[in-house]
Design a protein around this ligand. Sequence first.
Ligand SMILES: Cc1cc2nc3c(=O)[nH]c(=O)nc-3n(C[C@H](O)[C@H](O)[C@H](O)COP(=O)(O)OP(=O)(O)OC[C@H]3O[C@@H](n4cnc5c(N)ncnc54)[C@H](O)[C@@H]3O)c2cc1C
Length: 604
Amino acid sequence: MAQLIADRRDIDFVLYEQLEADKLSTHKKFKEFNKKVFDMIISEARTLAIKEILPTNHDGDRQGVVFDKGKVTVPPCFHRPYGLLAEGAWTSMTASLEWGGQGLPEVINRAVLDYIWGANYCLANYGTMGHGTGIMIEHFGTQEQKSLYLQKLYSAQWGGTMLLTEPQAGSDLGALSTRAVKNQDGTYSITGTKIFITNGEHDLTDNIIHPVLARIEGAPAGTKGISIFVVPKIWVNPDGSLGEPNDVACTGVEEKLGIHASATCTLSLGEKGQCRGYLLGEENQGMKIMFYMMNEARLNVGFQAFTYGSAAYLYAANYAKERIQGKDLLASKSQDSPSVPIIQHPDVRRMLMWMKSHVDGMRSFVYYVYSLFDRIATETDSGICEKNRDLIDFFTPLVKAYLSQKSFVICAEAMQVYGGYGYTAEYPIEQLLRDCKITSIYEGTDGIQSMDLLGRKMSMKKGVLFQRFLSEVRETILDAKKDKHLDTLAQALSRALDRLEPVGQDLAKTAASPSVKTAFAFSFPFLDVTGDVIMAWMLLWRACVASKALASNPKKKDVDFYQGIIKTAEFYIHSQLPTTLGKMEGIHNLNTAAIDIPDACFGG
Ligand SMILES: Cc1cc2nc3c(=O)[nH]c(=O)nc-3n(C[C@H](O)[C@H](O)[C@H](O)COP(=O)(O)OP(=O)(O)OC[C@H]3O[C@@H](n4cnc5c(N)ncnc54)[C@H](O)[C@@H]3O)c2cc1C
């Protein structure tokens, strides 16, 4: 079976032709790098992913993690590639040089992760989570905490986690009940139970550093009274060596649909009354600090989802070229006409085209969002930085929720292309589909993301974020209108954008009115149509780049590639976007039935 993860030609197109990432090295911050170095890093990541990481994905799924007497062991085949990830510094690509990182651009890191996460996310994430823990300590910790933890977290020598969820506090973290009491030595004693904790306990690293949300005695109720603590699994001595174990006990792991090789742990803090941690930042600032990390984590989850969708599409396309079944429609009446690969059947081509349009659009979108961080890092004009920050804020719930929704459907469509074989564990789609599902649930469910988009992002700065997004799309439309081959596509996207603007503004107004419940019954559909418009925008942008490239007499294989990009934009904008306009009408009608219907009518 072919080993497929990500499409290098498309990665290069997005990086260099669409986003011009090679120009980053002209800025002081990235002057150590150039395109040759970027290419070499991505090629090495690809080799590592294909040779060392991908072969552990299926075994990891079959074996899962094992819980025994408080210890969790990962699939044995994970140890070697984890060591390679740490040795090769693959987990600290974007971390600062000061703390042992590589200082690479975010967008280049995404190309690396396209391969590494695409090969085995569960394995890679044992190393990635330390980065999230680390950035909170880097921004809010003391100098001593930074010196003790950062290098080891970024280098994946130690693991990281995030301890938010409790049985009664999932989406509503304000309901959490883990308690913290200040000790005389300045540490805090912590007591409580956290559930569903990814990588909460495992045998890949000597230590795990837990950021824990808890309420200090006497703190206000709700999210305003939450603080955040750094709780190491093993205490760290002032010289950096490991000391006594902390009172953090793993009491079990979840059996679950997918990501079997990821340890989803229940952690009991302070069973013996001896769990201690350091306050991070100030008292009652826990949510603000955790959100610093959660915004990164939400983008990461969207990217995780995308890698499943991208791999599923590539497998399906490859299978469709090889699987022989049925006759060509034009020759079906002739008994002796040969059977053909299923890629010849229009309905299979429809499925592949739907998958391709979303995978291409999602790669461009998510890389573009990461490139905004690089633009901020290389920009001195504060106005431009603020604009890019606004765009990142606006896009974060969309990356998380739209990509997780569409990637799951892509996995389902890929299974459809395979027919019965796709449903079996012998082929990779079944695992991709199961693994992908979690992305719509954790890091704030997709429903919660849509509420963030409508309730916060649409009204922030009096609607400026939404306007900034619309202006970005309009720039691409203007560019496309100058190209006679793309003018019709540009006009179609312009019509969709002109409809999205009042739909979004009216919905945001309703969300701030007594009809708030009706508005939020449409927050998810609104996120969905905004995501659709973003796909059309990205595909049109890609088509503009491809059309210009075609005009400069490229090589034959590039001609096919660029024509494919234009056909994909044509498919999406002419065949899919009209349904988005219909969905927008469904939102604008603001029908109240979902709110009015008596509860008793649900469930018979
Ligand atoms: C495999 C796995 C790994 C995880 N890893 C971690 C981790 O590392 N750290 C951690 O802290 N947590 C982790 N979680 C927990 C995860 O973040 C939560 O499951 C998630 O936030 C949802 O919370 P819940 O399960 O309690 O569902 P609930 O909050 O009960 O939600 C149930 C449904 O109700 C909806 N809902 C809830 N409240 C509202 C509202 N106000 N308005 C509209 N709809 C609402 C939700 O969207 C959802 O559809 C993990 C979970 C899983 C399954």
